[in-house]
Design a binder for this molecule. Structure first.
Ligand SMILES: Cc1cc2nc3c(=O)[nH]c(=O)nc-3n(C[C@H](O)[C@H](O)[C@H](O)COP(=O)(O)OP(=O)(O)OC[C@H]3O[C@@H](n4cnc5c(N)ncnc54)[C@H](O)[C@@H]3O)c2cc1C
Length: 401
């Protein structure tokens, strides 16, 4: 299966990391993924393996104990992991976003405190923007942080925290009016608070409750939760970057790298669906020959493989652009949009190739069929990606007449 989704120009180190991760995925993830997913069971043993491989610190700089690798290396690892089981890529994704936000925007004290333990996977990150009444419209956030001496008091309800129960450090976006008078643009009066907590459910620290896992149609195994803040007191030195009013930009920066990551997940799930489809098509016989010998099925395989290649190329391009220090919101938006749509289509084609068996829980494609839709929503829906892409295109191609 090595023909598709190859990446030219990788260093020896990148190739070695990827082959180690692929090996781990084939041996430790694929054989157990569907069973654990059906039981909605957290993959503790797999997570321990990821820690040993150093994956929680892949992009954290070496001075903090990480591997200091690029976004491209990270995205290619995520692609491999999602090929095995998308939920596992979800476990490292929010961690990676929080570590990235700390690296880019944290004070020196915040970096020194959290990054070394995050690199080891001892502190695990989640990020929280969404609320029950909003996801796309981040400017409408109503959770609030109000200064009280050397602390902030946080109140509000958050929704859809991936790793909400298992994480111990949550980057929470709240409105904070301090220094920002009434009438300030909504995105200029938001602050990211670094909230430390115990892992688990219930009241995990005074004023902070994680009620329990949301029961999802797919993407099981990884916990997704609500978060309720009721007079939660946070020391003032836990404002990300040390100053209020920058939270919106910090979160958008994190989500931008997160989008490359979601694109990579779409690539990985689509690759696995192709592998399953092409294999089944050569084993199942109808009308006296393998279904792969019917032109209609070959056309499906051709379309699926073309989509796998195209999505991979766009994802790699978006990651490389960010790694070169350039703005990549256009490329990341396009890659996320295309990879998630193609992923859904490739999975659906692989499902159809399986005929009735695709509907049975005994076949892996059933799990992929329930996983793919999450990619259409997380880190910004298709409509939101198209809004970002459209705006950027109008900037680039401004009418000069
Ligand atoms: C499994 C899962 C895990 C998640 N994990 C996290 C997490 O870790 N942290 C976090 O903060 N959030 C997380 N989310 C939340 C996710 O980011 C939001 O669900 C997503 O941004 C969409 O927001 P919404 O659900 O409120 O939909 P809405 O914003 O209500 O949108 C509903 C529909 O309207 C469309 N729409 C909205 N505005 C416009 C517009 N201006 N023009 C055209 N169409 C529009 C949308 O595209 C969508 O089709 C997660 C969600 C899921 C399902």
């Amino acid at each position: 299966m090595a023909r598709l989704a190859q990446t030219a120009g990788l260093t020896d180190i990148q190739q070695e990391i990827l082959s180690t991760v692929r090996n781990f995925v084939d041996k430790e993830i694929i054989p157990v993924a569907t069973e654990l997913e059906h039981r909605d069971e957290y993959p503790t043993q797999i997570v321990e393996g990821l820690k040993e491989l150093g994956l929680f610190g892949l992009m954290i700089p070496e001075e903090y104990g990480g591997l200091g690798e690029s976004l491209l290396t990270y995205a290619l690892c995520v692609e491999e992991i999602a090929r095995g089981w998308m939920s596992v890529s979800g476990i490292i994704n929010t961690h990676f976003i929080v570590a990235y936000m700390l690296k880019q925007h944290g004070t020196q004290e915040q970096k020194d405190t959290f990054l070394p333990r995050m690199a080891l996977g001892e502190v695990r990150g989640a990020f929280s923007m969404s609320e029950p009444a909003l996801g796309s419209d981040v400017s409408a956030i109503s959770s609030k942080g109000v200064r009280d001496g050397d602390e902030y008091v946080l109140n509000g309800q958050k929704m859809w925290l991936t790793n909400g129960g298992t994480s111990t450090l949550v980057a929470v976006l709240c409105r904070s009016d301090e220094g920002h008078p009434e009438g300030t643009a909504p995105h200029k009066s938001m602050t990211t608070f670094l909230v430390e907590k115990e892992a688990g459910f219930g009241e995990v620290r005074p004023g902070l409750t994680i009620p329990g896992k949301i029961d999802k149609m797919g993407y099981k195994g990884v916990d997704t939760t609500e978060l309720i803040m009721d007079g939660l007191r946070i020391p003032a030195n836990r404002v990300l970057g040390g100053a209020t009013g920058r939270g919106f930009y910090q979160m958008m920066d994190g989500v931008e790298v997160g989008r490359v990551n979601v694109a990579a997940r779409g690539c990985g799930v689509a690759q696995r669906a192709f592998e399953l489809g092409v294999s089944y098509a050569q084993q199942r016989h109808t009308f006296g020959k393998p279904i792969a010998q019917h032109q209609a099925i070959q056309f499906k395989l051709a379309e699926m493989a073309t989509k796998v290649e195209a999505a991979h190329a766009m994802m790699v391009n978006a990651a490389r652009k960010k790694d070169s220090g350039e703005r990549n919101d256009l490329e990341a938006g396009m890659a996320k949009y295309l990879a998630s749509e193609y992923c859904k289509e490739v999975v659906e084609d692989a499902f159809r190739i399986h005929g009735g068996y695709g509907f049975s829980k005994e076949y892996e494609i059933e799990r992929l069929y329930r996983e793919a839709p999450m990619l259409l929503i997380g880190e910004g829906t298709a409509e939101i990606q198209k809004m970002i892409i459209g705006r950027r295109l109008l900037e680039e191609y401004r009418f000069q007449g």
